[in-house]
Design a binder for this molecule. Structure first.
Ligand code: WT7
Length: 653
């Protein structure tokens, strides 16, 4: 956790009550109501979750709500058969909401597409039949590497429909990252696009996929979705026998396709995220529990009502896009907005233009975006009418109170509650958050646990403390089911503390006198850059592949816009301690190639030595002190204390 975050949140004591006007119409209206329901959910989680699950469609009811017999491999709603695509699409398309808008899509150049629930239903069915015609069936893994076009949501839902496991790869990842994920998940197909617009240019996804899957024996088909629905295509190479255009393969497919009746514990998706080793982990989520949890959290945290237009700015490539762009809101029959491009294209007012144009009522984004808007200036906001907004949300990293206040005043005009939602890829859904009609908010605090979430702050001995490690005592329905192919790593990463009785998310937090949680940040070697998790070990293992590099240590440092940025200390072979700009570019290019541009460090510092303990362990804490200009902590355990002084000098230069 960074010192500066800790400082600001420690001194924050403003409280904002939910506006009476908001609470009058919200699903949940009072703290008493929250407390009673919360108590019930903790005392009788199985009764609570069974009642909620009944609001969804099951082909066959479950036999047992929670099976903890193989803890920590929890199972929910065992024996039950369901399908999240049925709950997100069919339920509405075949009922009174058939003509309600499901997706309002806006392309970066300004083109729009709208799909009603009925149209979405037929699109998903047609896509599902196309997948089947290309040999995809239940249990097959399908990698999806698409821009933010409607077909991204359609593809995900189509996989869910037929019981194929989707593994979405954010379209900013490199060919090498695609390869790692495709091989790890043994993807049989990759769905990609001919292009997508980003800051006025076309991303050439297909050629990146071609490079990524060149040596992947498991890939049988590459399905290429044209960005444009009007028949225009961007050029790309198609390989005979492997590559198929979606508009050709899909055009004569029937637009009806039955939903596969899946076991509650059948795998729904894999989503890769960074941990503290060099290898990203394939987080596993299954059908039943994930459906129930994302349905309820979306309903209550975003207070979804029939006339809402809900916009989550996250890409479907991240968990936020899975749970709160696609599955959660659609299960609630919401109208979602999906935007293809950059927030500042053609100008920094683009998001507010979209809010105005589509009359967005609920807006969910990341602190890093909020800080960027603050920097771009209020004029871009003031040009647009934001009066349709009624609720704001944030996710991805701690929000500093300054950004929270700006969001509250400038975007919410002091009338929209803000929900600061804390959760992770692993948790599947929101665990800590205000309920907008209920919870008084404090800038920078994710406030209180959601129903069924038994959160605590513990020290390493398992005692409850004010400041320490965040932990969750009971399993909730959308808890990760494992790390694909690595059950040992699953146990070691999340269940190693406190005799395996608590889930350990890897975050540090504080709890105030009102019981509010203030999450301060990661306590492991994971850095949160613009809301994206990057393991420092991932970068370190890339750098040491360079023939001139002996060793490296990467740390996270506070960054004005990104929340955290990466700084790399690189030790060269031989006695070169100066390096060169050329070498710096080579290392940056390696990061581009192995992960993607977004993981590039802010600074690369070449050095003669790294601060190490006598047993040879790199003292990252000292590197962080050097980078942040803090007083140096204890240096007496260092093998060679002079190293630090020379690094301090280097860092200043
Ligand atoms: C990590 C999870 C959850 C979707 C996006 C990120 C940090 C997330 C908050 C918040 C403070 C937050 C945590 C967490 N984080 N939301 N509201 N306040 N920190 O998902 O990539 O799995 O990252 O993001 O450190 O562990 P993710």
């Amino acid at each position: 956790m960074t010192e500066s975050n800790m400082e600001t949140v420690l001194h924050e004591n403003r409280v904002f009550n939910p506006p009476a006007e908001f609470s009058r119409k919200s699903h949940l209206k009072s703290m008493d109501e929250y407390k009673a329901l919360y108590k019930r959910s903790i005392e009788d989680p199985e009764g609570f979750w069974a009642e909620i699950a009944k609001e969804l469609h099951w082909f066959k009811p479950w036999k047992q709500v929670l099976d903890a017999s193989e803890k920590p491999f929890f199972k929910w709603f065992t024996g039950g058969k369901t399908n999240i695509c049925y709950n997100a699409v069919d339920r509405h398309a075949l009922g009174p909401n058939a003509d309600r808008k499901a997706v309002i899509w806006e392309g970066e150049p300004g083109d729009n597409r709208v799909l009603t629930y009925k149209e979405l239903y037929h699109e998903v069915c047609r896509f599902a039949n196309t997948l089947k015609s290309l040999g995809i069936g239940k249990g097959d893994t399908v990698a999806i590497y698409l821009p933010m076009i409607p077909e991204l949501a359609v593809a995900v839902l189509a996989c869910a429909r037929i019981g194929a496991v989707h593994s979405v790869i954010f379209a900013g990842f490199s060919a090498e990252s695609i390869k790692d994920r495709v091989l790890d998940g043994r993807s049989k197909m990759v769905i990609t696009g001919d292009g997508g617009w980003r800051r006025g240019s076309v991303l050439e996804l297909k050629s990146i996929v071609d490079k990524g899957v060149a040596d992947c024996d498991c890939v049988e088909k590459v399905l290429v979705v044209p960005r444009n629905a009007n028949g225009d295509r961007f050029d790309c190479d198609m390989r005979d026998g492997r590559d198929v255009w979606y508009d050709e393969a899909g055009k004569d497919q029937p637009d009806e396709c039955p939903c596969e009746e899946l076991d509650s514990e059948d795998l729904l998706f894999l989503l890769y995220t960074s941990g503290s080793t060099g290898k990203p982990k394939g987080i596993m989520h299954t059908v039943g529990g994930y459906s129930v949890y994302t349905y309820l959290t979306a309903k209550y945290v975003f207070d979804l009502q029939a006339d809402d237009v809900y916009w989550c700015t996250a890409d479907v490539g991240w968990i936020t896009g899975h749970s709160y762009l696609v599955y959660g809101p659609l299960q609630n029959a919401a109208t979602i907005v999906m935007y293809e491009g950059a927030p500042n294209h053609p100008d920094p007012g683009r998001f507010w233009d979209i809010v105005d144009k589509h009359q967005v009522t609920i807006f969910y984004t990341a602190p890093t975006a909020i800080r960027a808007f603050m920097k771009w200036g209020d004029d871009w906001v003031d040009k647009h009418d934001l009066s349709s907004l009624r609720l704001l949300g944030t996710v991805g990293e701690p929000i500093n109170p300054e950004a929270w206040m700006w969001y509250h005043r400038k975007i919410g005009k002091e009338r929209c509650p803000i929900v600061d939602t804390w959760w992770q890829t692993e948790t599947g859904g929101i665990l800590l958050s205000p309920l907008p009609g209920v919870t008084p908010t404090k800038p920078g605090s994710a406030t209180l646990p959601f129903f069924g979430v038994d959160a605590a702050i513990l020290n390493p001995d398992g005692e409850e403390v004010e400041t320490g490690l965040l932990s969750i005592r009971k399993p909730w329905p959308s808890i990760l089911r494992g790390i694909w192919g690595d059950p040992e790593r699953f146990k070691k990463t999340y269940w190693c503390n406190w005799n395996g009785e608590y889930y350990f998310p890897g975050d540090g937090a504080r709890r105030d006198k009102d019981g509010y949680f203030w999450v301060v940040g990661r306590v492991d070697d994971v850095v949160n850059v613009s809301g994206h998790r990057i393991g420092t070990a991932e970068l370190e293992s890339i750098f040491v592949e360079h023939p001139s590099v002996a060793e490296s240590a990467v740390i996270g440092v506070p960054h004005e816009i990104k929340g955290q940025g990466l700084v790399a200390f690189v030790l060269l072979k031989g006695d070169d301690s100066e390096g060169s700009d050329a070498l710096r570019s080579e290392l940056n290019a390696m990061v581009n190639e192995k992960i993607g541009k977004f993981a590039r460090p802010e600074k690369i510092i070449f050095c003669a030595d790294l601060p190490k303990t006598r047993s040879g362990k790199i003292m990252r804490r000292l590197l962080r002190d050097i980078a942040t200009g803090n007083a140096l902590g204890n240096v007496t355990t260092l093998a060679d204390p002079s190293v630090v002084e020379s690094l301090k000098g280097k860092y200043k230069d």
